[in-house]
Write a protein that binds this ligand. Structure first.
Ligand SMILES: [Zn+2]
Length: 140
């Protein structure tokens, strides 16, 4: 396909796409905040930089993309038909890293929760997921 966009138009379009993608995640955060949970974002000091950290509850949350992190039995987690062995190797590396990070966090005393992209793909789903998550985080 011919590239008919100027760099400005392209980056503007990319920014729009990106914000559209993150909106449900923001809805998830808002729901948790409305339920009285306070968190820190992307804590660089913890293994795997969890997306949300709840110090008071010793809990961390990752919001994982279904494709890259291989959500089981999820139709977003497809395997590309070409270069398949490259992708399979890449995916298994990602999954192994996720497992490593989670067990490292657990060994440091953190409770780890994973929210999948498909669980927050609409505002309605994000709210429902936020409610469930809040109960899990508070149940120590
Ligand atoms: Zn999924």
């Amino acid at each position: 396909m011919a590239d008919f966009l100027t760099p400005e138009e392209r980056s503007e379009r990319m920014a729009r796409i990106k914000s559209a993608h993150t909106r449900p995640e923001v809805a998830l955060r808002k729901t948790l905040h409305n339920l009285g949970l306070r968190y820190r974002l992307n804590s660089a000091t913890l293994p795997g930089k969890p997306d949300l950290v709840f110090p008071r509850y010793k809990a961390v949350v990752f919001v994982h993309g279904c494709f890259w992190h291989r959500h089981q039995n999820c139709n977003i987690a497809t395997t590309p038909k070409s270069n398949t062995s490259f992708w399979v190797a890449k995916f298994s590396k990602n999954v192994a890293r996720d497992e490593r990070v989670i067990s490292l966090l657990r060994s440091l005393g953190w409770r780890v929760f994973v929210v999948w992209e498909c669980e927050v793909s609409s505002l309605k789903k994000a709210k429902a997921t936020g409610l469930k998550l809040s109960n899990l985080i508070r149940s120590i």
